[in-house]
Design a binder for this molecule. Structure first.
Ligand SMILES: *Cc1c(COP(=O)(O)O)cnc(C)c1O
Length: 428
């Protein structure tokens, strides 16, 4: 037995399914998950000593690669001063100032420990601020594992959603309306039916939890208009896209494409913690004043704004805002996806790719899908064969066809060339 197999067997005895987050279990692709012992730049090493080029990057946070010297130094220094005080620290203020300086749509921000917590709190804030209960989400967008967000579409737009997880009461799902991503007609219809009762719409501006699907400009334009007209708040879940697709996040990209585009509430995570448990939600002062201790919307956290996590996040943000960082990262990512497309074309494999900043997606279909239903028509067997061939060749891609991929600043041209060569063999 390999060390990975031994560890997985041991893990399954003491941890349900052997993992602390389901997608790590490789259930979608089969096989044994790799137990990672360490990371170095763009590479990770498993328990059998095998080295991989890492395109997961902890599902987004590791935008600088593993063990960036400036981040390591900041974390080590912070740890020496203490792990947690449950009292305010200057570093929280610094991180809030840093984020707000890069996100003009937010005037204030609250730090929490996970993306799940941040989106849950953002929904509560939207409900508290509007004094309404219902909200819209879209199929294929993931916003963490809060009860009200683990919901799939009901039978029609006049009906509410159904839980996608056991343990979520039907009643909890009853305020959640689930629509198809990029479907403007459904949006119009849902607002016509429920407009005055909607607290908010929550959306991933570039969906990274159904591989990589952009919100179309007409869709985002209409969404912004309808929210404004009906007094519903537009919540952009940028937990994945924030500081990953560009320094101004996805909202910066849409502001360039749609005049006057600005979200009401923004949610961040992943990159802002640089690999430590840290997330945040922010908005105008007018909206944020509803939060405790100023207002009636309760929200709290023992480890919120943790001193070591904020040091890690700050050091990461200070690196990525250096001039030219995203130009170089975007060029690298494009080199990867253009290369994959070329290799697929050479082998006559239907293939489409998209990327933005350090985030990418590839599909085993000739045209980029626009919604979850289309993403899920992917030839699963073919994807799984490709995934395992790449893994054997030392390329660590996401173990499911509905996940996005991530390139870090530490990936070299040689890493990308090696990846393309592996893909050439795998697709042959
Ligand atoms: C990862 C993710 C979350 C959940 O964040 P966790 O830190 O895993 O709780 C929420 N929304 C989006 C868009 C994400 O990608």
């Amino acid at each position: 037995m390999s060390q990975n197999e031994t560890l997985f067997a041991r893990a399954q005895r003491v941890i349900p399914g052997g993992v602390n987050s389901p997608v790590r279990a490789f259930r979608a692709v089969g096989g044994t998950p790799r137990f990672i012992t360490r990371g170095e730049g763009a590479h990770i090493v498993d328990a059998d000593g095998k080295r991989y080029i890492d395109y997961i990057g902890s599902w987004g946070p590791m935008i600088l690669g593993h063990g960036h010297p400036a981040v390591l130094e900041a974390v080590q220094k912070a740890a020496l001063d203490g792990f947690s005080f449950g009292a305010p620290t200057e570093r929280e203020v610094e991180l809030a100032e840093e984020i707000l300086g890069l996100v003009p749509s937010c005037e204030q921000i609250r730090l929490v420990s996970s993306g799940t917590e941040a989106t849950m709190s953002a929904i509560r804030l939207a409900r508290g601020a509007t004094q309404r209960s219902k909200f819209i989400k879209f199929e294929g967008c993931y916003h963490g594992h809060t009860d009200a967000l683990l919901v799939k579409a009901g039978s029609g737009l006049a009906t509410f959603g159904h839980p996608t997880s056991a343990g979520v009461p039907e009643a909890t799902a009853q305020h959640t309306i689930v629509l198809e991503y990029n479907n403007v007609a459904q949006l119009d219809e849902a607002f016509a039916l429920h407009g005055p009762e909607l607290a908010c719409v929550i959306v991933e501006p570039i969906a990274g939890n159904m591989n990589f699907v952009r919100a179309s400009v007409p869709f985002m334009t209409r969404l912004r208009e309808l929210c404004r007209r009906h007094g519903a708040l537009l919540v952009l879940d940028e937990v994945m896209t924030g500081f990953r697709v560009g320094l101004r996040s996805a909202q910066g990209l849409y502001a360039d494409l749609i005049p006057g585009f600005v979200p009401d509430i923004s949610v961040f995570g992943k990159v802002i913690g640089g690999g430590m448990p840290l997330a945040a939600f922010g908005a105008s002062r007018e909206i944020m004043r509803h939060l405790a201790p100023l207002g009636g919307v309760y929200q709290a956290g023992t480890l919120s704004g943790n001193p070591v996590a904020t040091a890690c996040g700050l050091a990461t943000l200070r690196e990525i805002r250096k001039p030219g960082f995203f130009d170089a990262l975007s060029a690298k990512t494009r080199r990867l996806v253009d290369g994959l497309k070329r290799v697929a074309d050479e082998n006559g494999v239907p293939f489409s790719v998209d990327s933005e900043g350090g985030m990418f997606g590839f599909f085993l279909m000739s045209e980029l899908p626009q919604n979850y239903t289309t993403v899920m028509t992917t030839d699963k067997e073919r994807f799984n064969r490709f995934f395992h061939a790449m893994l054997d060749a030392g390329v660590y891609l996401a173990p499911a066809l509905y996940e996005a991929g991530f390139v870090s600043a530490a990936h070299t041209d040689a890493d990308i060339d090696a990846t393309l060569e592996a893909a050439r063999q795998a697709l042959r």
